[in-house]
Design a protein. Structure first.
Length: 396
């Protein structure tokens, strides 16, 4: 992916009607997260209330009031905290208590509901898993990890009690929702269909959250390896590629059959361009020169901005003679290019230094760069706008 693709990706993110939640302030992310969490007590409480009206014989009437109070209090507290968060966000960017309550209350409600209905290893576990996926993109990952490890022993204890004959299973249910013929009662089907709806909603939210996360990570990863102005590899990325190529050649034990050439390039009198026409003109020159290098590079070549007005081209499986010919072609292309800045044509030239691995004194990427840079220095000292082949390749 080149820089234009990265810019397009960033523009797509910024042009959406809703910006990336990961770029929001912490308190705004918590408000969004609390709105998601409201789904659980609202849907569970509504289902329990309706079931208790239409088919109370299926429910343990001792537990029903407690569960309704649990869901009701959870809803009221979440709504109250959301309202308070809207007031606080005018003066505060964070509210750790709000984050802690959202995460902790969600896990408690899901675990209790799952255990009392016997669904802690099906819907309950899936709800917690999806909740973790959503929350990790909106809240503190360390807090999510801590809560997740608390859930594991709780589920283990619940699983052990399932095998104890003296411990009632699904104690919220007074009667089995499965009829003698094996079919579930209509109300139980409706409840499970509602849970499926919740799960589908959470899955969709997970997909959106993870998609945004991967887009952002891809953007940052590409930006860490590509120069923002010229669309070329940055210095670190270029050096890493060179070290990989040299290591590959060394492993072949026949490095003479797989040479690696390096061309160092420096634009001539670049400071004069900046001083005369301004830095915006200097940027235009850098971009134009970079475009010439990329258009004349082969598929496996690595073109990088080494620093300032200095560039480098890595040519795998290329001997010194071929690299010199390529450098001369680049020199000619650059010297023939006229860059229009403020209705004035700027002529640009560049100096080139060429070195090759393996050769005398060149056994690493650092040696290769030093040798090519030495040849570049000679080109600049002896008249500029020329290609100089490294002589002797003595290691400094």
């Amino acid at each position: 992916m080149n820089l234009s693709s990265i810019v397009d990706c960033a523009n797509r993110l910024s042009n959406r009607s809703i910006s990336n939640p990961m770029d929001w302030r912490a308190i705004d992310r918590y408000i969004l997260l609390a709105s998601f969490v409201l789904l659980a007590p609202t849907c569970f409480g509504t289902s329990l209330w309706i079931t208790n009206i239409l088919a109370p014989e299926y429910l343990n009437q001792t537990l029903v009031p407690y569960m309704l109070w649990l869901y009701g209090i959870h809803i009221l507290v979440l709504v109250g905290l959301i309202v308070e968060a809207f007031h606080r966000r005018q003066h505060n960017d964070d509210w750790p208590f709000f984050e802690n309550f959202i995460i902790g209350s969600y896990i408690v409600v899901i675990l209790i509901s799952g255990y009392l209905t016997g669904s802690h290893f099906t819907e309950g576990l899936l709800l917690i898993f999806l909740g973790v996926n959503i929350t990790c993109t909106l809240a503190s990952v360390n807090k999510i990890r801590f809560c997740y490890w608390l859930v594991l022993p709780a589920l283990f204890v619940m699983g052990v009690t399932d095998f104890m004959p003296n411990v009632p299973y699904a104690i919220l249910l007074e009667k089995s929702p499965i009829l003698p013929d094996g079919h579930p009662v209509l109300g139980w089907l409706i409840v499970r269909a509602l849970i499926v709806f919740i799960l589908l909603s959470l899955i969709y939210l997970c997909i959106l959250a993870m998609k945004r996360w991967t887009e952002r990570e891809s953007l940052y990863q590409e930006m860490s390896t590509i120069d923002g102005l010229t669309r070329l590899s940055n210095r670190n990325s270029f050096i890493n590629r060179g070290e990989e190529e040299i290591e590959r050649a060394q492993k072949q034990h026949t490095s003479s059959k797989s040479p690696l050439a390096c061309i160092m390039i420096d634009l001539d009198h670049f400071k004069r361009i900046n001083d005369t026409w301004g830095h915006h003109a200097g940027d235009e020159v850098l971009v134009a020169a970079s475009k010439i290098m990329m258009e004349n590079a082969r598929r496996n070549d690595e073109v990088g901005r080494y620093g300032g007005e200095e560039f480098a081209v890595l040519l795998p499986n290329t001997n010194i003679k071929t690299a010199t010919r390529i450098a001369e072609r680049l020199r000619q292309k650059i010297s023939e290019t006229k860059i229009n800045i403020d209705k004035q044509a700027i002529e640009v030239t560049a100096s080139f230094g060429v070195a090759c691995y393996p050769s005398d004194g060149v056994s690493s990427m650092s040696d290769l760069l030093k040798t090519a840079d030495k040849a570049l220095y000679e080109a600049k000292e002896t008249g500029r706008n020329k290609v100089v082949l490294a002589c002797g390749n003595n290691k400094e």
